[in-house]
Design a protein around this ligand. Structure first.
Ligand SMILES: NC(=O)[C@H]1O[C@H](CO)[C@@H](O)[C@H](O)[C@H]1O
Length: 829
């Protein structure tokens, strides 16, 4: 055969036909090969980290093989491809996920132990790839795993940040941010593609021109930066398919700043060149939205311009006519962050392919689908027109043209309803004119998805009502999911083994609906005994970690009650802490005999606060101040402990979730679009104490409220409660615990004043006071259930057995069928 025009010698075929073998001896050979030639350490003396690097490179080799074969197969079959555009991917660690999806974990462990190394110890050497903030970012990663496992022809595109999400350092109970330079020791899981790079333009002006007798616009940029590709193979589980996550890094383009060279101002020229790299340097550390940040807009445009150039190059390699583009390309917008790609595709089709407005527009509106992850209208992204004019002048013109056509069409439908016209306009008039990126995304996408059914209802009734009334068919929802590969098989191997034993197969790992068969064994005492043992093993691991991280010794008999997620007022970590203070206060005021009935608790909280979010940072400090008092109170002893887990990330979640008995998802109803942490706890047999918010409503449907602890105002009750909040008297218990904080019972009286002010004097926007009584009831119900071990374990088994619906495999199949129109394309060998 011919490859790259050169005749492939039989010798090459002979050599290449043998894929890398996965038996322990072959793996050992490869590991020692990489120790010597990649890590460049003598094979006779290398440490755990070098062994980790060598192992990673050996595993990477196997990923690359499968990646090549998969891409070759896609090339041959030329299926419709999905391109998942996201500014954030919270991948976590790759080693364990890769060896499990490749099915070589045991062989690796065997190979290493014969070399005197322990697999688990090496796996701990890997740092997290924290290229994202929270739920939205981790969802992207789970969805990539499902896309690969279900054999869909998909690509992920994003940014290769040099600095991931900041490291959280806690000093005297205060959060401090440290830069996360995660690439310090290189990254064995990426392949730099020096030959895959594209120029990305910024600033400059737009002039009229005539090309082939046709008038057109030409953008003369003021700055050009090079985008270089870094590929991250994403292996599927139980399939040879390995797809690609292509992340772009900014490099100075050669043509950069010629002027200064002439004047001999060399150093200055180099410094200016360096500036180019800033674009992809750092992840914005806030999962709320950003208004008007120039670098943020440049990051968004940089990655979508490079991605679209790459996508169009791949399309044009096979197709000469753009009419086929919508049949071969689906572009998924993960929130509004990549939505500038709409104007960019229009610009390319208009100014470079000269297809004319009508044809270009017909293509654009057929290829984009938009998923929003936001409930709060005020959190929707807006970009000042001035900033747009400066950074992306041609795109602003195109957005104005799109909006003009849309407004004309709208007027025909709704007449001169100016209030509604101005609400729906992509351009927000006013002192500062803004581009409403969400409106642009809705107008130009064929489908707008919410991330849970409750979210979808809010999009219809609160967030995008005007648009829903105009295009009801466009609005749908795909309830989020998480991948059981990472959240059971990787993070909870003992539970994985137990499930496979009782189901008599491992095929549930690919076909999770099989989990439902566990229901019939929920009250089986043999399973329950083994189930409790698995939970105990994981609680021991977690207790060790807690002692290492905080010095606090916790009792394994206590209920491990966990709330781990980004710190945010609407997620109500403060409600949790006030609940702990109440529990402490009750214990302190109990008679000795009453205390015997107390169910011991270890309350575990973890999460990062956005650096500029003061109230969130005060919540972290309060947690530490309360913990200080409770954990050092020998009178209370093991009846109650409060622990804050620092630097919460994907790997910490993989340790905490399997060891949790109860998890809290207590957002004010109507504020959490979906929530995905709850799904990971569910899969690991951890019971949920929650409000009926976001996807929790569908979890209640699936496992029954009787197997959960639901409390608080419902989504449709919150607006009215808010109305009359100022008149509602908070329960005495609530007033008492807030008073304790305000009076300095835990110290830092002045520092916590503003925090207390957020929940009192009629300003309790997130309704902590009015939900407090039912919250305490739910907590008491959990205590009562916990002492009935048989009942509790039955509920725990039912949680896992009923978690199939919340697998990202189901989410991806929904999207593939109803939004993207893509089919599996399985690599034949
Ligand atoms: N910022 C987020 O994490 C958002 O996206 C996640 C993924 O859809 C949602 O689960 C979460 O409720 C929402 O706030």
């Amino acid at each position: 055969g011919f490859v790259g025009g050169k005749k492939k010698t039989d010798r090459m075929f002979e050599l290449m036909d043998g894929f890398l073998k996965n038996d322990p001896v072959s793996l050992q050979k490869d590991i020692l090969h990489h120790v010597e030639y990649t890590v460049a350490r003598s094979r006779f003396s290398f440490d755990d980290f070098e062994a980790y690097q060598a192992l990673s490179h050996s595993v990477r080799d196997r990923l690359i093989e499968r990646w090549h074969d998969t891409q070759q197969h896609f090339k041959k079959k030329d299926p419709k491809r999905l391109y998942f555009l996201s500014l954030e991917f919270l991948m976590g660690r790759s080693l364990s996920n890769s060896v499990i999806n490749l099915g070589i974990r045991d062989q690796c462990a065997e190979a290493l132990s014969q070399l005197g190394f322990e697999y688990e110890v090496l796996a701990e050497q890997e740092g997290d790839a924290a290229l994202g903030n929270g739920g939205l970012a981790r969802l992207s990663a789970c969805q990539m795993d499902s896309l690969a496992t279900l054999d869909y022809p998909a690509w992920g595109y994003g940014l290769r940040y040099q600095y991931g999400l900041f490291r959280q350092i806690i000093l005297d109970g205060f959060q401090h941010e440290q830069p996360d330079y995660w690439l310090n020791f290189g990254n064995p899981w990426e392949i730099e593609r020096v030959h895959v790079s594209y120029p990305v333009k910024f600033y400059g002006t737009v002039k009229e021109d005539v090309v082939n007798g046709k008038k057109c616009k030409v953008w003369i940029p003021g700055e050009t930066v090079e985008a270089v590709a870094y590929d991250n193979p994403i292996p599927g589980y139980g399939t040879r398919n390995t797809i690609n996550l292509r992340l772009w890094a900014a490099k100075p383009s050669d043509g950069y700043d010629i002027e200064s060279y002439n004047t001999g101002d060399y150093i200055n020229a180099i410094v200016n060149r360096q500036k180019a790299e800033i674009i992809s340097n750092v992840l914005y550390p806030d999962d709320r939205s950003y208004q008007g940040k120039e670098l943020r807009l440049k990051q968004q445009y940089f990655f979508v311009s490079a991605s679209l150039q790459d996508i169009i190059r791949r399309f044009k390699d096979v197709h000469g006519n753009f009419d086929d583009f919508p049949d071969k390309v689906a572009l998924q917008l993960n929130d509004t962050h990549p939505s500038i790609s709409i104007a960019e595709l229009m610009r390319v089709l208009l100014d470079e392919e000269h297809l004319g407005w009508k044809k270009s527009w017909n293509i654009v509106k057929k290829v984009f689908s938009f998923t929003t992850h936001t409930v709060q209208p005020e959190a929707l992204e807006k970009v000042p027109v001035d900033l747009f004019q400066n950074v992306l002048p041609r795109h602003l013109q195109i957005i104005y043209d799109i909006n003009f056509a849309f407004m004309e069409e709208l007027k025909k439908k709704i007449g001169q309803d100016y209030a509604r016209l101005s609400r729906m306009s992509i351009v927000e008039e006013g002192a500062v004119k803004n581009i409403r990126v969400a409106n642009l995304s809705i107008v130009c996408s064929h489908t707008v998805n919410g991330v849970s059914r409750a979210h979808y209802e809010l999009l219809k009734t609160r967030v995008f009502t005007d648009f829903y009334e105009l295009w009801p068919e466009k609005f749908q929802y795909k309830t989020n999911g998480v991948t059981q590969r990472r959240w059971i098989v990787v993070s909870n191997p003992s539970l994985c083994a137990l499930i496979s034993k009782w189901l008599g197969t491992e095929s549930w790992i690919r076909d999770i609906d099989l989990l439902a068969r566990l229901r019939e064994y929920a009250s089986n005492s043999d399973l329950q005994k083994e189930w409790m043992m698995v939970k105990k093993i994981n609680k021991m691991r977690l207790a060790e970690y807690i002692e290492t991280m905080s010095g606090v010794k916790v009792s394994l008999d206590a209920m491990f009650d966990v709330q781990i997620k980004r710190i945010h007022e609407y997620k109500r970590q403060l409600l949790n802490i006030l609940g702990v203070i109440h529990r402490y206060d009750c214990i302190k005021n109990m008679e000795k005999n009453e205390r015997e009935k107390v169910v011991p608790r270890v309350c575990i909280i973890g999460g990062k606060a956005p650096p500029g979010y003061e109230i969130a940072k005060k919540i972290i400090k309060l947690c530490h101040a309360v913990a200080e008092t409770i954990n050092n109170d020998n009178d209370v002893g093991d009846l109650l402990k409060l622990v804050f887990i620092p630097d919460y990330n994907v790997s910490v979640a993989e340790l905490v979730i399997p060891g949790s008995d109860l998890s809290q998802h207590i957002s004010t109803a109507g504020h959490e679009a979906s929530g995905t942490g709850s799904m990971k706890f569910l899969m690991n047999g951890c019971l949920l104490l929650a409000t009926a918010d976001g996807s929790t409503n569908e979890i209640i449907e699936e496992i029954g409220a009787e197997n959960m602890f639901i409390f608080g105002a419902k989504i449709n009750e919150v607006p009215a409660l808010r109305e009359k909040d100022s008149t509602i008297k908070a329960p005495v218990q609530f007033v008492r615990v807030v008073r304790m904080v305000r009076d300095g019972y835990f110290g830092f009286k002045d520092y916590f004043k503003s925090l207390c002010d957020t929940v009192e004097n009629g300003k309790d926007f997130y309704l902590l006071g009015s939900d407090f009584a039912s919250y305490l009831e739910a907590q008491a119900a959990a205590d009562r259930a916990y002492v009935d071990k048989k009942k509790w374990n039955e509920m725990s088994i039912l949680c896992t057995a009923s978690s199939a619906r919340f697998s990202s495999d189901r989410t991806i199949e929904d999207y593939a069928e109803k939004t993207w129109g893509i089919q599996p394309c399985k690599c034949p060998f």
